[in-house]
Design a protein around this ligand. Sequence first.
Ligand code: ADP
Ligand code: MG
Length: 491
Amino acid sequence: MSTPADTSITTKSLLVRGYEVVIGFETHAQLATQSKIFSRAATAFGAEPNTQACAVDLALPGTLPVMNKGAVECAIKLGLALGSTIAPRSIFARKNYFYPDLPKGYQISQFEIPVVQGGSVEFYLGDEKKSVRLVRAHLEEDAGKSLHEDFIGQTGIDLNRAGTPLLEIVTEPDMRSTAEAVAYARELHKIVTWIGICDGNMQEGSFRCDANVSVRKPGAPLGTRREIKNLNSFKFMQQAIDFEIRWQIDEIEDGRAIQQATVLFNPDTGETRAMRSKEDAADYRYFPDPDLPPLVVAPEWVQQVRAAMTELPRVMAARFITAYDLSDYDASALTQSREVASYFEAAAKACGQAKLVGNWIMGEISRRLNTAEQDISACPVKPAQLAQLIGRIHDGTISNNAARQVMDALWADPQSGVDAVIEAKGLRQMNDSSALEKIVDAVLAANPKNVAEYRGGNAKALNALVGQIMKGSQGKANPQQVNEVLRQKLG
Ligand code: ADP
Ligand code: MG
């Protein structure tokens, strides 16, 4: 669990050694359908090789593709979530290339008229609001996979993945730093998982990002880009882009021109390395696939999908701002996932202290979950318990400090109740003013020097007295109340 963006990253000064960085993303989101995009074979991950490839996936002669309606609905959902235009009529095309894992010799994709056009992804980078424009998102099929069996020195082909539905989401070259690129990818990941069109599992390849990176002197035309393929973790993404930026600037400074290329990131060396020179669209000899009619999406269909969709993160954040009086930043942090949002809402409703609930989730709870590398679904303290704890801070029963101790105890043993822990650990604040006055009197009597100093005009001498009183109360006195009583007694 994390806040929307790492605030430690400076976003103000964007130039790197005098160069402006330009980044555009192409992301392949594997759609969470049961069956493939043009066949009835299953898409489940991890099956024995070649057990989930049917005649269509194998491209046997005479087979024909049939569009999976569920995959189209996923595309519509994404378009609605990002404010895009859903094309009423889009076209499937053949992208021709030869590779052993591509039985047909072409990939069915969308070229000239994609189903999703325009829109944007909005997110915070620190406290700065960013908007990255989308060019398009198009439906396509995945290829199979080469398995390099080193122990027999041979390569096998697994066609289970062939025909798995993908949505390729393409941005304008709008990002200006590694931090912004990673924040964009995190936001897009949040959205596709939120609306349920992709499981977001990056290790399994369900969400693969290609980062197009170039650098230029401020005001110059766009530089030549290199495309870093298949970044499958946010950490590698950051390392790869950082390395690529440094490498490109070094090349230019050494007087060499950047060649357009496709590169791979090697996590072991932390370096990017050219894989092949970049193909142009013309190399793929795209043409409309005669086996598939145009994809027609009627407005009624879009309406139906819209009506069945869950509240979107952006909409929910806006509601949190008005309903709970949260800042933009807090609302964005608390809608980082559906789980966090519903945890927040349950606790806020139960205790009526939305701001405090938000602070506790983003602070104490988030910190503990991060340490344990867990997300909020694994949080041992449930929203009702957090609400109860915050209620006890709010009604003055315990201090913030004591509340943190209660949280520790609840974390270790969620069965122990809030009030039971407060009593067992003796954390109740001293709200009984006569008991407090006794302590204050004793401390004043024992520290005549401090009293004289304070009366002589040294305001700092009060701190020493407050410290003594807090100690005398074993930390249970309410500091605010201590100050009041002291000032009153000292005139
Ligand atoms: P292609 O069709 O060759 O893949 P596109 O025009 O579709 O090329 O661009 C692919 C991606 O590269 C897009 O995300 C786009 O924003 C990005 N991009 C294009 N030009 C640049 C550039 N000069 N620097 C960085 N990214 C770029
Ligand atoms: Mg492209």
